[in-house]
Design a protein around this ligand. Structure first.
Ligand code: NAP
Length: 267
């Protein structure tokens, strides 16, 4: 005979994956960096990045999960009385930020490095938990740490670079990833791209192509023919194969502004 004791029963369900947003500024051919730094110096772009990654949405923001076209679940990591979003980056990107601007203020910073746990190295890099930055051994570890702080239903979580981390996230957490959502702590469900139309900056690292040929042409025609690398013969000669089938859907400007919590002007 079995008995059921209602007072001690519990319901367990898997944690929902975090919603991860990749934010990057890209040349027309997806170039994103040169010689360990940014190939451009654009103060308005930097200001946009700061505002986009710092904006903590209110509880009334909508939630959904399909790639790129919809809003991820939103909220904020609460550290003490201050609600903050999360930024995750590779160690090279951390080092490319001038020390006086590290950690990126008003956001919880995660730095991915294989040397995580080596306190001397972390000290050299200026990564200190007490000052709002964590060093973690992988992207997965960063996401698990964020999730373990019980912000799975909340926190806007951004992947801010660089090339290695972007490529890993697109492969492992993007819409074509073979990983099941229950096995991964996050889904990459938004790409927040600033397309730097002209000039076609010379770059040595690139975001993997995420567009079909038609989407590339659409981007070029929206920006004008100058944005078409084939037309400009710019310095950036990187050629990547377009996707055969669209994986990402471009959202409209109203949706973008709503998500960002502000109007966005061309820079
Ligand atoms: N245009 C943009 O929006 C944008 C944004 C950010 C960065 N960037 C540019 O991107 C470039 C930097 O990109 P990057 O690819 O060289 O470097 P990155 O992705 O920033 O960092 C790479 C480092 O991350 C760590 N890492 C990578 N994969 C790992 C893994 N699976 N497990 C543990 N640690 C791992 C390693 O650190 P350790 O060597 O310490 O182990 C590796 O050296 C720069 O040019 C920067 O200016 C551009």
């Amino acid at each position: 005979m079995t008995t059921a004791d209602a007072s001690s029963s519990t319901a367990m369900s898997p944690r929902s994956p975090l919603s991860l947003t990749l934010i990057a500024a890209l040349s027309p051919t997806n170039g994103l960096g040169k010689a360990g730094g940014l190939p451009w110096s654009l103060s308005k772009e930097m200001a946009y990045f700061r505002k986009a990654t710092s904006h903590v949405p209110g509880p009334s923001s909508s939630s959904a999960s399909s790639p790129s076209s919809s809003f991820p679940s939103t909220g904020a990591l609460s550290t003490g009385n201050t609600a903050q979003n999360v930024v995750i980056m590779g160690r090279n990107t951390w080092e490319s930020i001038p020390p006086k601007f590290r950690p990126l203020k008003g956001r919880v910073n995660y730095v991915v490095s294989r040397t995580a746990g080596d306190k001397k190295r972390e000290e050299e890099l200026g990564i200190e938990e007490g000052k709002g930055s964590y060093c973690v051994a992988s992207l997965q570890a960063a996401l698990e740490h964020v999730q373990s702080k019980d912000i799975a239903d909340a926190g806007r979580v951004f992947l801010i670079g660089g090339a290695q981390l972007y490529a890993q996230a697109m492969k492992e957490l993007g819409p074509s990833s073979s990983h099941s959502s229950s096995a991964t702590p996050a889904k990459l469900d938004r790409l927040l791209i600033t397309r730097l139309v002209s000039p076609n900056f010379d770059c040595d690292v690139f975001l993997p192509e995420y567009r079909t040929k038609q989407q590339i042409q659409d981007d070029a025609s929206i920006a004008g023919s100058e944005a078409d690398p084939a037309a400009t013969g710019g310095e950036d000669k990187q050629q990547q194969q377009p996707l055969n089938v669209a994986e990402w859907e471009k959202c409209g400007s109203t949706e973008l502004c709503e998500w960002l919590g502000r109007e966005v002007a061309n820079v």
